[in-house]
Write a protein that binds this ligand. Structure first.
Ligand SMILES: C[S@@+](CC[C@H](N)C(=O)[O-])C[C@H]1O[C@@H](n2cnc3c(N)ncnc32)[C@H](O)[C@@H]1O
Length: 222
């Protein structure tokens, strides 16, 4: 595992407690105003009986989907996050890295696989996506919500590559920001093509004033 990929996991380990607090207190405006509802709607419209929440964190999405009658499983690499998710209930939670997940730890297929702001690395994400078709029920979909490449790019060159992390806008309780792998739109589409997915739909959730908040890719095995 590369140094950057290790830093991502380490960062979530040390920030599990403040992250749980900001998510549960709905302190992230983009989530509260736009992106939480957008991913729930994109899943609900597919009427899945079973959902796998990949990189589920403290489990808010799994709980919300379970409230709608779906049978949900959440996986995340970080023991403290899985612990808080289990304590809040609603779904089955397993402490698994993406590597362990695609190695076949869960012997089950799901109608929807969802990654909500949880694809942060380079090779970890490539290997995950390459392994996920085997976890999907026939006719199922993979949904990925992530930062919109055009707004996340900032004033750096619009090209794939590692970016320095930051907890700007978060409290002092957060530390050790991890690098993250920026992908252009072309970069995402190329990644999908070479990991066995075709993009069926791109949803661009936006604020009321029209600003883009994120992108949701809806994918099917190719
Ligand atoms: C920004 S949080 C999003 C959490 C959750 N999906 C949500 O919407 O609140 C990113 C999550 O991805 C998880 N994650 C990142 N890389 C991972 C990996 N290689 N294996 C398993 N989990 C990973 C982190 O532990 C963290 O919980």
């Amino acid at each position: 595992m590369s140094d950057q990929e290790q830093q991502i996991l380490h960062s979530w380990e040390v920030n599990a407690a403040p992250w749980t607090q900001v998510v549960r207190n709905q302190e992230i405006a983009s989530r509260k105003l736009v992106t939480d509802a957008a991913i729930i709607e994109a899943i609900k419209i597919r009427c899945p009986a079973t959902v796998l929440d990949i990189g589920c964190g403290e489990g808010w999405l799994a709980r919300r989907l379970a409230d709608q009658g779906m049978q949900v499983t959440g996986v995340d690499a970080i023991p403290a996050l899985i612990g808080t998710a289990r304590a809040a209930g609603g779904a089955d939670y397993y402490q698994l890295s993406y590597q362990q997940l695609v190695a076949g730890e869960l012997r089950q297929r799901f109608d929807v696989l969802v990654c909500n702001f949880s694809l942060l690395g380079e090779t970890s994400v490539e290997n995950l996506l390459a392994g996920l078709p085997a976890m999907l029920s026939p006719g199922g979909s993979l949904l990925i919500q992530t930062l919109h490449p055009t707004s996340a790019c900032g004033d750096q060159p619009y090209q794939d590559g590692w970016r320095e992390g930051s907890w700007q806008g978060f409290s002092d309780a957060f530390s050790r920001p991890a690098p993250w792998y920026f992908r252009t739109l072309e970069g995402w589409l190329a990644l999908f093509a070479h990991t066995g997915w075709q993009c069926e739909q791109q949803i661009e959730p936006a604020y009321q004033d029209g600003r883009i908040a994120s992108v949701i890719f809806v994918l099917a095995p190719s």
